[in-house]
Ligand binder design. Structure first.
Ligand code: GDP
Length: 314
């Protein structure tokens, strides 16, 4: 490990809220460090306290601005906040690329706020591997609320929804594809919908369209549709109130434990698959899968037998 400090020391420091220890532990996650086994074992008793909120939506809709405004609201209420900005499509780590995306300068010196960007591509296990482990670190460090902000495009909305307790979907008027995006899967994942940039024409229309579409849903929780002007901090207190109302509903309905079990399931799966893939790659410097693929491609072996060989180990 870089620098000094054993795992138990680092964990104790992170538990005491030391930002540098928290940062070190999340770096271990990013680096896929072999020490993580020990770290996660030490953190396990301290997880499950934080409220995890995913914030997603098309680029430019105001996610960064809203995240920063929500941090302000949460801090006003004295709550400790973690922010994890995840770029599922970026291979760069350490926040070089993400750093300036997170409009967090005003929170940088607040000891009650942890901010971290994380890239997921390039990891064998991807987002499903890195994010839950980073969440465990922030949770153990005493964050009351953790905001996961997704950066980038693609299927990340759906993936992040699987990791959060509450998923907030941001849309905005005049983005053309706002409702299109909603149609393409986002309608199923949102627990809360926020029409940001409500200072612009068309916000009412987007809200009406969305409410119309959501009315057909048969979910036990009817997602509210709110309006905000994040750049002016308008409506964000209401968003926090709705996040909390959803959190209470999650507990009452039993949905919280279902979601957390689902999250643990995908976390275990990601760790197991990553470890399998690592085993395949590590035999005598050559990739076992490559040798088997040569055999299958040449017709020397069928793919089922090859898969059995792979799973049976060296
Ligand atoms: P992200 O890509 O979803 O993270 O969006 P950003 O938070 O970076 O915001 C994109 C742009 O929209 C920035 O120039 C913001 O200043 C601006 N913006 C954010 N919220 C609002 C809003 O409520 N109204 C208006 N007019 N602009 C906003």
């Amino acid at each position: 490990m870089r620098g000094s400090g054993s795992v138990p020391e680092l964990v104790a420091q992170a538990r005491a809220g030391e930002a540098r220890a928290v940062a070190r532990l999340i770096t271990l996650v990013e680096d896929e460090s072999p020490l993580l086994r020990e770290v996660m074992a030490a953190l396990a008793p301290y997880s499950g306290e934080a409220q995890v909120v995913g914030i997603t939506g098309p680029p430019g809709v105001g996610k960064s601005t809203s995240t920063s405004g929500l941090v302000t609201e949460l801090r006003r209420a004295g709550r400790r906040v973690g922010v994890l900005a995840v770029d599922p499509s970026s291979p760069f780590s350490g926040g070089a690329l993400l750093g300036d995306r997170v409009r967090m300068a005003e929170h940088a010196t607040d000891p009650g706020v942890y901010i971290r960007s994380m890239a997921a591509r390039g990891h064998l296990g991807g987002l499903a591997w890195t994010t839950p482990q980073a969440l465990r670190v922030l949770d153990a460090a005493g964050c009351d609320v953790i905001l996961i902000e997704t950066v980038g495009v693609g299927q990340s909305e759906v993936e992040v929804a699987g990791l959060a307790d509450t998923t907030l979907v941001l849309l905005a008027p005049g983005m053309g594809d706002g409702i299109q995006a909603a149609k393409a899967g986002v309608l199923e994942v949102g627990d809360l919908y926020v029409i940001n940039k409500a200072d612009r024409d068309g916000a009412d229309q987007v809200a009406r369209d969305l409410r119309g579409m959501l009315a057909y849903g048969s979910r036990a929780w009817r997602p509210p549709v709110l309006r905000t002007v994040a750049s002016e901090s308008v409506g964000l207190a209401e968003v926090v109130a709705e996040i909390d109302r959803h959190a209470a509903w999650l507990v009452e309905s039993g949905e919280l434990s279902r979601r957390r079990t689902r999250r643990a399931r995908s976390e275990i799966e990601a760790i197991a698959l990553t470890s399998l893939r690592r085993d395949w790659a590590d035999v005598g410097g050559s990739h076992r899968l490559d040798a088997l693929a040569d055999d299958v491609a040449a017709g020397h072996c069928d793919p089922y037998t090859a898969a059995d060989d792979l799973l049976a180990g060296p």
